[in-house]
Structures are given as structure tokens and as C-alpha cells.
Write a protein that binds this ligand. Sequence first.
Ligand code: PLP
Length: 396
Amino acid sequence: MPRISHRLGSIAESATMAISGRARELQAAGRDVVSYGAGEPDFPTPEHIVEAAVAACRDPRTHKYSAVAGLPELREAVAEVTARDSGLDVTPPQVLITNGGKQSVYQSFAALLDPGDEAIVPAPYWVTYPEAIRLAGGKPIPVSTDASQGFKVTVDQLEAVRTDRTKLLVFVSPSNPTGAVYDEAEMADIGRWAGEHGIWIVTDEIYQYLVYGDTTFASLPAVAPEVEDRWVVISGVSKTFAMTGWRVGWMIGPADVVKAAANLQSHLTSNVSNVGQRAALAALSGPMDAVWEMREAFDRRRRTMHRMLNEIPGVECIEPQGAFYCFPRFEDVLTRQIDGTRLADTLELGAFVLERAEVAIVPGEAFGAPGYARLSYALSDEDLVRGLERLGALLA
Ligand code: PLP
């Protein structure tokens, strides 16, 4: 009998976490590594949110267990903000507060998937989706998209992989890792297709506020009534409010699905830290100025990174519309020798640029998209430029 169960033994470490960890190790060893690996804002959490958490620490009510599904005020606030900004009419019992959006991702799949059920996952996908689907007993069915289609999946592609076992579609807009944002018409088409076949939509809206230029955010279930009540929204405060370390997210869906997920959570983690929940409440009910300031900085860096990447010979990058990632294509770089070395794939490219240019990027293999790589632009303007100059010099 194996020491580690088959179920957990087959899960790979998150590649984005691994690359950030390796970059941190090299930095600790004194190497001047510029890391584009992290999926988190480089800003501190806005002051009024931190103050609310400090006050919560001093309140003895915060020191105790609280309701598994979350503080009632926070569930209420999430429902209000979702109605206001996503156009979804939801009530507090439809909201479950979780340890980051990540816990919602797993719990949503666990609540919806039976063994053998298929979950369609458009690629490039966020690393966690296929692993969480497998962990929940389901079967991830990737569907490849590429830069020529703006990394957006079409109904024809979805229909081509649909079977009698298709239970749900994982949808994310704005996207990690590509920065793609679907428009309402594209969402409506997908929603109509899902509605027609009784397929659930698990839609990850964690980057909802990070859209740039003329691009606007829409929530798929709000623009596609055909989906009826077969949808789950995943979101949280991590990306919007620079709160990745606080671990507060949520899932929203039909009350029976949310209740099933809450039952699971009651045995896994119980309530989310009350201090974190109070901080999240302050974030949702306070001013958004700091969010718009961070967005402005991300937008500036997005434009710089997009321009500098396209200036590197053999690198092509479409302009991301949301989140904080560029997803350039490196296939042409792989066809020639770099510094006397011929690289077989983007995995080798990632290791090579880390060693030779001290630049950390995440190979596309991690997202089901070999030939590409993800670079986060959530780092300081100076570091961003410095690292890209080094990458450009190495790949010139
Ligand atoms: N969804 C997407 C697409 C993400 O990129 C992330 C974080 O990287 C999450 C969900 C989860 O974030 P958290 O668990 O910090 O709320």
C-alpha cells in the first residue's frame, strides 16, 4: 500500500507558488531576482481596512468561533455589493464566506461533482481548477484556446467536448492567466448553450474590478437568464483590496448548493478568521479610492509590459484587458539558439531565464498552454522595467 493516498499523491504543487518560492529562495541567497511569478498586488492593504482589523482584535466577540457560513453582516455586505456591481439579485443565505476564493473553488466542485462527472475547463486555465476538480472526484476536460482568438472559448469548441457526463463549465473573466475579458454578447452565447443543456456555470469573478481602458466587467449569470439557478460565483477581497494574506473569499449560488458547501466547510475549517472577516467587511463597505489608485498603477504597468514584451524578438503578446497578467507566446524564441543553447519548451525557458537573467516567469505548461508563459505586472514600475530589460537582452 502506498504511504500517500492515490488521491493526494497525484496532486502537483501549484506551479505559480513553486516558482515564486524558488525566486524567494534565490533572493534570500543574495541573488537579485525580479519575479513576475506572484499573483498578488504589491501594495499594502488600505489603512482603513487594517484599522478595522485592529479594532476587531480588541473586541472579545472576535475571539470566539462564529457561524460557519460567515458573519451575518459580511454575508449581507457581499449580497449587496454583488447586486450593485454584478447585477445579481442574491440574498445572504446564498453567500458562503471561505478562506480565500481558493476554498470556494474546491467547495463548489465538491458540492456539484459526482465521480466521473465532467467539468469543462477552457485553457489556458488557472492551475488550481483541474486539481480541485480531480480532488472533488470529477474529470477536468480542457479546451484549448490561443492568442488568435484572444484566449476566449467559443460555443462551437464547448459543444465539441460536451457529453452526457458534462456537469459544469468553469468560466473566468477577467482571466488568470491571460487577462482576457469576455464581452456581454460572448457571455450570453455561452450562457444560452449552457442553459440549453442544463450545464452549470462556475464563474470566477475575483478580478472583477481590475479591468482597463474601455473594457467593462459583466457577470455571466446576469447576462444569460437561460442559466437559471445553475450557477456559482466565486470571488473575494484578495486581488481587489490587496488582501491576499487575509484569506477571505466567498462563493454565491443557489441556497442548496451553498448549504452543502457550508456543511463540508463545517468539518474542514469552520468559520474564517473573524478578524479577517471584519477587515473584509470594512473593505466592502468603505471607500473604493485606494482600489482605483491601484488599478491605475496596474494599468500603467500593463501598458509598459505589453510594449516591452513585444519589442523582444520572437515574443508576441496580445494586450490583456483585465487582471494583472501578460501571457506572451514564446514559440518563435524556441526555434533558435539563445546564448548557444537550444531550449526544448517553455519549461526549459523558465529555468533558463531564471538562471541567466535572474527573472522568474511561469511557464505556460502550468496553465495547459505550452509555448506561452505568464508574467504578473503586480510589481513596482522600476522592477518591472529592470527585469524586462534583462529578459530582452538575453533573448535578443
Ligand atoms: N481565482 C483566481 C482566478 C485566482 O487567480 C486566485 C488567486 O490567485 C483565486 C481565485 C484565489 O484567490 P484567494 O484564495 O487569495 O482569494
